[in-house]
Write a protein that binds this ligand. Structure first.
Ligand SMILES: Cc1cc2nc3c(=O)[nH]c(=O)nc-3n(C[C@H](O)[C@H](O)[C@H](O)COP(=O)(O)OP(=O)(O)OC[C@H]3O[C@@H](n4cnc5c(N)ncnc54)[C@H](O)[C@@H]3O)c2cc1C
Length: 361
């Protein structure tokens, strides 16, 4: 069977690895000279988004045979809202190095492969679909799905990332939700080390000319005394894709609409969809069916995102107070309770308790 994968990012590399496990040696084309973004950053893999599973590293190994070495464990989440600041502690997930360095997730995955990736090749799915039995599109963007007419825009955001020098706790992620400077987006800080971190601001629905203003407002409000050593700007586009397979073309990762819209996280869903695409091809299974659990998680995450969009600073601060109360905090951050599944229900209960309309009906 002749299979080609376009894109050697998270979904493409995991797809190739799963195909190899089934005895299929795919061709993999990547337009960069190495896997991974040109700028390094630190990503978070949160335990609460894989419930009822508890440990993302063990989950990936058990379910997908993918062994990844994280950079640090996440032991504290600090939430800085407009009216309230709260911290929770526990075994909350992991930080991973992203980009092109030796220990980045992309480099770790590349080393797991026997298949040689063909770098510096910009591949065209249409041409390849005539030459191969299957084309798995893992390009990290919406272009192919849009051309095929199967993409519906959900959220368009702009992302400003900077690498900063300062003093950091390597086990802490800091998150900011404040309508004043990030509208319906948010910001987060993830540490490389005790003296270097990535700081990312995501703002939804604005034009490139507005991003600087939002950034300055955020920077001023944060009272940061960090030194910026690098910065980058990217688009963050979440969309809904259906179907995910058209004849011999399969869409995975961000190209399949698997960027989680609540926080813009997509590592786990990129890995999952890449593996499912490989299983669909190798075992002649229905890709859409394999994707069902992932699509359910995605639709729950859309509801949480809609809540965030519809709520003001007051409501968000209030929810933060509630979810960090003793007992509830334990349930949300330190239990096997599926937060994605019950999160929207919890918001509705809070509506009733407080008499405020904080969740979208
Ligand atoms: C700054 C930033 C921070 C993030 N932080 C987090 C986080 O904290 N937690 C989290 O879970 N997620 C995070 N994400 C999201 C996560 O990184 C993505 O969802 C995930 O990488 C998507 O994987 P992918 O395989 O779809 O795409 P990618 O990993 O982007 O890979 C796509 C690859 O395809 C290649 N390509 C594209 N077109 C072609 C072509 N025509 N021919 C050949 N090659 C091509 C690209 O060069 C690229 O290497 C973050 C993303 C960014 C940008």
């Amino acid at each position: 069977m002749k299979v080609v994968i376009i894109g050697a990012g998270l979904s493409g590399l995991c797809c190739a690895y799963e195909l190899e496990r089934h005895g299929i040696k795919p061709d993999v084309f990547e337009e960069r000279s190495r896997s991974g973004e040109l700028f390094p950053h630190v990503s978070a893999m949160m335990e609460m988004f894989i419930r009822p599973n508890r440990d993302p590293v063990k989950y990936l190994e058990r379910e997908f045979h993918i062994k990844l070495k994280p950079l640090h464990e996440i032991k504290t989440i600090e939430m800085r809202m407009a009216r309230v600041k709260r911290s929770v502690t526990g075994n909350l997930g992991y930080f991973f190095l992203r980009g092109q360095s030796e220990n980045s997730v992309e480099s770790q995955l590349s080393r797991m492969l026997k298949t040689k990736v063909h770098y510096n090749v910009h591949a065209d799915y249409e041409q390849l679909s005539r030459e191969y039995d299957y084309v798995i599109v893992c390009t990290g963007n919406s272009r192919t799905a849009k051309t095929l007419g199967v993409w519906d825009d959900l959220f368009y955001s702009l992302l400003r990332g900077v690498i900063v020098l300062g003093e950091f706790d390597t086990s802490k992620i800091i998150m900011w939700f404040n309508k004043k400077y990030n509208d319906t987006g948010y910001a987060y800080l993830t540490p490389f080390s005790s003296d270097m971190a990535s700081l990312i601001l995501i703002v939804r629905g604005i034009g490139p000319e507005e991003l600087d203003d939002y950034w300055h407002l955020f920077w001023q409000n944060g009272n940061f005394n960090y030194k910026i050593v690098e910065s980058f700007t990217l688009e963050h586009i979440a969309g809904l894709v259906y179907p995910h397979q058209l004849e011999n073309i399969l869409l995975a990762g961000n190209a399949g609409g698997f960027l989680e819209p609540f926080l813009g996280f997509g590592q786990i869903s990129a890995i999952r969809s890449g593996v499912y695409a490989a299983q669909a091809v190798a075992q002649n299974k229905d890709y859409e069916k394999l994707l069902e659990p992932l699509k359910t998680d995605l639709s729950r995450s859309i509801l949480l995102r809609e809540y965030l969009n519809a709520s003001g600073n007051r409501s968000i601060s209030m929810v933060t107070r509630v979810i960090t109360m003793p007992g509830i905090k334990q349930l949300v951050y330190n239990s096997g309770v599926d937060v994605l599944k019950y999160g929207t229900g919890l918001l509705k209960i809070l509506d009733k308790l407080t008499g405020e309309r904080i969740s979208k009906q």
